[in-house]
Design a protein around this ligand. Structure first.
Ligand code: GDP
Ligand code: IMO
Ligand code: MG
Length: 440
């Protein structure tokens, strides 16, 4: 059996959490490689909702080792709060969570710096989650960052906090924002160190050992390809590599340890925050998708912008990531629509674009061209058996597969684990289907 990456192919919230939780029984390890508590991965278990932010969505399955890689940025309080929530839910937390000692920390001044930056952008603000994610990655790249491993040496920690706070306070004071007392931050983070130390380890080494022992790993993406700092709709992106390269750098593994890359795409498109969105629907259909799809941010509660499926964007994501198989989520939200549109071409200044453009200001002005597809009369909501899917829906799936050049191998038809069509002939090569079925 194989080590598989599952990542988003749109602007996040594709339903990665549900899928990871669904297929986790077939794997031994579930590993996050980037992002932070800006992510909100929702899982429903018998009507009960759980939202994971930092901890891999495999945690809800007994006996899975959940790894948080060096590419993830950590707010220690958010991490500890998430563990408390999970415990309240009856999830056992023992030796099943490991965090890289090279992961960078989010400190209180990061959120303040983010507020200042967003305010100064005015109408062009990114619409971030205000979690301090961007400024923490900025410090990492700027070689000022403080890592989880630094929490273990109090002299090192104190020196780094003093250096950072001195610098940040100059900036914050200039913009009239709250300034910070380094001693208070030091005390709080020294205390976090006491709580975090049992989780810290060299995750690259652990993964290498596990893979050598023949254990299988599921790599869980956060955000989506179009939010990737390099390949996404820059600058309206997050600050990490949510695309395939992030797996290797964010966990310290070689690409030869990855056997396949699976993408997740909604049957339509959503986006939270600012930035271009060619297939956004302004009329009542957009509102219908918002309401039926319950499209409210899992982290910030903000209503998500809704639009038609953008197959040009998803095909681009397949190329960037080398996606062989696709997981389609939320087609049930389109149940009953007479007509469904799929964007198959962009025009810019009258010319057809060969691919998804790299500049946001071009994307802002592209004219999407649609293929109109007949809707399916019989609802797909809750269907679990491929043979029971209506023919019009199967035709729609085939159309998307041909366009994006990837096989749709799993179809989610609702929020619950059981609401899933597992396409056996595709899945059986990649994961142990019996184990998934046994825990449905
Ligand atoms: P993630 O960030 O990619 O994990 O996605 P989110 O959890 O932020 O958003 C996806 C939302 O869609 C969640 O509320 C899920 O419970 C829900 N969801 C996932 N799959 C399906 C599906 O097939 N049908 C419906 N109706 N809801 C789904
Ligand atoms: P999951 O993992 C959807 C968006 C924010 C904003 C931009 C930058 O649940 O799919 P940031 O706080 O990261 O600096 O914000 O990225 N964003 C997400 N949108 N799903 C997410 O995660 C997101 N994480 C960040 O709304 O537009
Ligand atoms: Mg989400």
């Amino acid at each position: 059996m194989a080590n598989i990456v599952v990542l988003g192919t749109q602007w996040g919230d594709e339903g990665k959490g549900k899928i990871i939780d669904l297929i986790a029984p077939a794997f031994d390890v579930v590993a996050r490689f980037q992002g932070g508590h800006n992510a909100g991965h929702t899982v429903y278990i018998n009507g009960k909702k759980i939202v994971l932010h930092l901890i891999p969505s495999g945690i809800l399955r007994r006996g899975k080792l959940c790894i948080i890689g060096n590419g993830v940025v950590i707010n220690p309080q958010a991490f500890l709060d998430e563990i408390s929530e999970l415990k309240k839910f009856g999830v056992e937390i023992d030796k099943n969570i490991v965090m890289s000692d090279k992961a960078h920390l989010i400190l209180p001044y990061h959120s303040s710096a983010e507020k200042v930056s967003e305010k100064s952008r005015g109408a062009k603000k990114i619409g971030t989650t205000s979690r301090g994610i961007g400024p923490s990655y900025q410090d990492k790249a700027g070689r000022l960052g403080i890592r989880t491993g630094d929490l273990l040496d109090l002299d090192v920690l104190r020196e780094k906090i003093e250096q950072n706070v001195t610098e940040k306070n100059i900036y914050l004071r200039h913009y009239g924002a709250e300034i910070f007392d380094p001693e208070k931050i030091f005390e709080a983070y020294a205390d976090y160190g006491q709580h975090l130390k049992t989780y810290l380890a060299d995750v690259s080494l652990i993964l290498d050992d596990k893979i050598k022992e023949g254990r299988t790993v599921l790599f869980e993406g956060a955000q989506g390809t179009l939010l990737d700092v390099d390949h996404g709709t820059y600058p309206f992106v997050t600050s990490s590599n949510s695309t395939i390269g992030g797996v290797c750098t964010g966990l310290g593994i070689g690409p030869n340890k990855i056997d396949a890359v699976w993408g997740v795409s909604k049957a339509y498109t959503t986006r939270v925050g600012g930035g271009p969105f060619p297939t956004e629907i302004a009329d009542d259909t957009g509102r219908l998708l918002l309401e039926r799809g319950n499209e409210f941010g899992a982290t910030t509660g903000r209503p998500r912008r809704c639009g038609w499926l953008d197959a040009v964007a998803v095909a681009f994501s397949c190329r960037i990531n080398g996606i062989s198989h696709m997981i389609l989520t939320k087609p049930d939200v389109l149940d009953g629509l007479e007509e469904i549109k799929v964007c198959v071409e962009y025009r810019y200044k009258g010319d057809r674009l060969r691919s998804f453009p790299s500049e946001s200001w071009i994307l802002d002005k592209v004219e999407p061209r649609y293929k109109k597809i007949r809707g399916w009369k019989k609802p797909v909501h809750g269907i679990r058996d491929y043979s029971k899917l209506p023919q019009a829906f199967k035709d729609y799936v085939k159309f998307i597969e041909d366009f994006i050049q990837a096989k749709i191998s799993l179809i989610s038809t609702g929020m619950e684990r059981k609401d899933s069509v597992l396409i056996e002939e595709d899945l059986k090569h990649a994961m142990n289907l019996e184990k998934i079925r046994a825990e449905l």
